[in-house]
Design a protein around this ligand. Sequence first.
Ligand SMILES: *Cc1c(COP(=O)(O)O)cnc(C)c1O
Length: 380
Amino acid sequence: MSESAPPTAAPTDRSRAARPVPKPGILDIHAYVPGKATVEGGGAPVKLSANENALGSSPKAREAYASAADKLHVYPDSRATIVRTAIAERYRLEPERLIFGCGSDEVFQLLNQTYLEPGDNMVQGEYGFAAFAIGAYAAGGEVRFAREPDYRIDVDEVLKCVDERTRLVFIANPGNPTGTWIPISEIRRLHDNLPPSVVLVLDGAYGEFVTDPTFDDGLDLARTAQNVVVTHTFSKLYGLASLRVGWGYAPAEIIAAMDRIRLPFNTSIPAQMAAVAALHDEDFQRASIDLVEQWRPWLAQQLGGLKLDVVRPSAANFLLVGFPKTPGRTAVEAEAFLAARGLLVRGVTNYGLPHHVRITIGLEGQNRAVVEALAEFMQR
Ligand SMILES: *Cc1c(COP(=O)(O)O)cnc(C)c1O
């Protein structure tokens, strides 16, 4: 299982300790491991390890960001009103039912903090995003990992994990690191079978990349359900990972509870201004989606031709690629081989996938370089 953090801290008498001792459970948590950003020996690497936008960011967003330079001494608007208004208009949502965070990571953390007490549990897919579980453990909760046969969320497996102490279910759709997604009919079946006391969180970080017209991120379900939260982020399609803006849409009661513990100034003025500009730059969004649409099938086909086992179909801006277990050809060795050529991809051992790597779809030359290097790697 990925990210297992059993609550095994020795029962310490913390009051009598010679130095401050963190509360039980904290030191069992494995800190989040970000995708590599540097190569040994320096040089500018090609970073295909964090699912960032290969086209960078919108020029309009950069302009808006720069125009905030004369406001650095001012506290930001705690309610992020300009982003709130823009999101509400774009997605046709009630502005008061939105919450903004330092990335959607903060929204996940707020949900965990608000709903989990020791003895409670949260349920997620076995390959699910590590940030969900870290926040749950930090809140003293337990995490149950539902099997993902075929690298896909299986609603029946999720439901099997739910019991009377379940407070939250986190589903990334599409998933990371799998890239796969499940239809809204399955999401609705999951929702129908969950107790109304359980919060169903639908993380749509990659939803904007899905071009299948039947895909639905769950916002319509969240409009009427009492226990559904949908999250989105400016980090992926909108190309603003550095600025840390994410949002959630939820029933007013859930938003009000989270707002009680949210840090008041959690999104900065430059970030808010850039987010609004990015949201309005539809040309940049179109170009970003087109790039992924053009190169993801090509990359999958080329890697398949090298006898690598591409998890399909990915609807996100990355591919999960399986490697042989033969020494010399393993995923760990492939990651190192690529890194030595300045190509950074993401090992996913800590997601319970020791034989896979995750590769972000890059620009044409970057994708070609990955294929060439892996052809060499497989022929050694
Ligand atoms: C990248 C990503 C996010 C976005 O995180 P931010 O904190 O908004 O940058 C959320 N969920 C998943 C599954 C992701 O991969």
